[in-house]
Write a protein of this length. Structure first.
Length: 316
């Protein structure tokens, strides 16, 4: 099959082995896949991953022993847990030490003609849900995870650091649930675009007032230090970014100002699918271009352009 592979460099292969399902797994023909910041970080060395990239997808099951999934149009949870360890028994399969992660850790991903996932990871969706909407399920679920982890009172201020794809997705999710947010970033063109979508978006160097909640979506190793500067005493910082490079941060302000810091990663798909199907969140204005799988290397070049929000890859 065709597959976009990261080894020593990023390359499209036309002779990559077709995925072979383990017991309890299904094979999915990929309809559409999205490039996210994590994919770009993996190319720069994050997770030391080697294999097929991509974890945001919508597709159709073409091989399954599960009659409920055969032929179904699906999206998929990306963490494939072992189901046997203490973490799994406690409902923490996303943190299972033996897990594989689609396109990120030990499991080939979605920038290919086909992928394999456990049946329990696949969620059937109706054909009426457009592919260029459904493909946002995984990143939108990650945004909704914030609301699973913390409760934001309506009278508290919320700042999103980062004017890229992740910041925009979190902003869409929070607005979909009735919250007002401010976005801060470094790219005037993207801030203008977010403003046209109805958000309050301002240059980060103009941010001065501290907020109750600061959500780091900047994708920068230095973002935590900036979040510390902008959060109120006894406020909360939510870290959504993954960055391949580390950073030196003075943590004393976290103690002095009694700041809560929460790491936030993947989320349940149901809140995201409900928001997409119900029209509370429409991510399509974030799409800048869709490339054929044969042009996947060029798609990554487009995704590296800081002015682009979302680049999609269409294998079908």
């Amino acid at each position: 099959m065709r597959a976009l592979v990261i080894d020593r460099e990023l390359c499209l292969r036309t002779d990559y082995p077709d995925p072979q399902p383990a017991p309890g797994e299904s094979i999915v023909r990929v309809e559409l896949a999205g490039i996210c910041g994590t994919d770009l970080e993996i190319v720069h060395g994050y997770m030391a991953y080697r294999g097929v990239l991509g974890h945001e997808f919508v597709g159709r099951v073409i091989q399954s022993a599960n009659p409920k999934l055969a032929g179904a149009r699906v999206v998929g949870e990306i963490n494939a847990a072992c189901g046997r360890c203490a973490y799994c028994a406690d409902g923490l399969g996303r943190h299972c030490p033996q897990r594989t992660v689609l396109g990120i850790l030990g499991r080939d991903g979605a920038f290919a003609d086909f992928l394999r996932l456990p049946d329990k990871n696949l969620i059937a969706i109706p054909d009426s849900l457009a592919g260029d909407v459904a493909v946002f399920t995984e990143p939108l679920a990650a945004a909704y995870e914030i609301l699973e982890q913390i409760k934001i009172p309506p009278n508290k201020s919320t700042l999103i650091l980062g004017d890229g794809r992740l910041g925009a997705m979190v902003a869409l999710a929070l607005r979909g649930e009735g919250y007002e947010v401010v976005l801060g970033g470094h790219h005037r063109e993207k801030l203008d675009r977010l403003s046209k979508l109805g958000f309050t978006a301002v240059p980060e160097d103009q941010l001065a007032e501290r907020c109750d909640f600061v959500i780091d979506c900047a994708g920068s190793a230095a973002a935590l230090a900036r979040a510390i500067d902008l959060v109120k005493p006894r406020g909360t910082i939510v870290l959504k970014s993954t960055a391949a490079l580390g950073a030196n941060v003075n943590l004393s302000a976290l103690v002095i100002n009694e700041i809560t810091v929460i790491g936030s990663r993947c989320g349940r798909f149901k809140p995201a699918l409900d928001a997409l199907a119900g029209g509370r969140v429409d991510p399509r204005p974030l799409i800048d271009a869709t490339f054929a799988l044969d042009e996947a290397v060029a798609a990554f070049e487009a995704a590296r352009n800081p002015l682009n929000f979302k680049i999609l890859v269409r294998p079908a």
